[in-house]
Design a protein around this ligand. Sequence first.
Ligand SMILES: [Zn+2]
Length: 221
Amino acid sequence: MEDVTNPAGRMGIRNRFLLQPRLDPAETAVRQVEALGYQRTDVRHIIVTHLDLDHAGGLTDFPHAKIHLHSNEYGITQRPLNLREKGRYRPMQWAHEAKFTPYTPDGEKWHGFDCARQLTDLPPEILLLAMGGHSLGHTGVAINRGNDWLIHAGDSYFHRHTMTEAKVPRTVRLFERTTHLNSHLAFETQGHLQKLVMNSEQKMTVFCSHDPVEYERLAGS
Ligand SMILES: [Zn+2]
């Protein structure tokens, strides 16, 4: 909500105009949780794929929640930011003494991904997966739904065609190269995800953070 009411202050003037976020209170996580009939204090756990400013703004609205994340991403919150990091992270988004629970990715391998094992106080059906390349500690989240795995790939990719043989628009590829911290590693992660979707014996439903068509497809499923 603070990103919506004070966008330039929270995201930085440059980001506010470059990203053109839709500043509608109804789109915030807290309002959507309330619209489902819950209170914000009912949210006890948040799993963040990473802490880029367009992913971490809502943490402030859930000060009681435990925030599960990769230890490298947590490391960013514990030291001064370098120049490049200052463009993508906004420490004020976690300045409310956020209850971080960091994980090193030293659990068992899971379909080619380094797995950060099960998460503290959460059911074993939820796994944190290291999906390197986009940021220092970027992760995905896999949830076993019984008849399939639902996998949130965060910013590992930006366009649904990345998961198929179809052509990804050039502008998206260009955008990826400027936003991934390590493009080589990020494309390796995309390869792993693609294999997962196409070759796995179990049904794998994968989506990323920024493709609205994928969200529409999954709405209500
Ligand atoms: Zn990002």
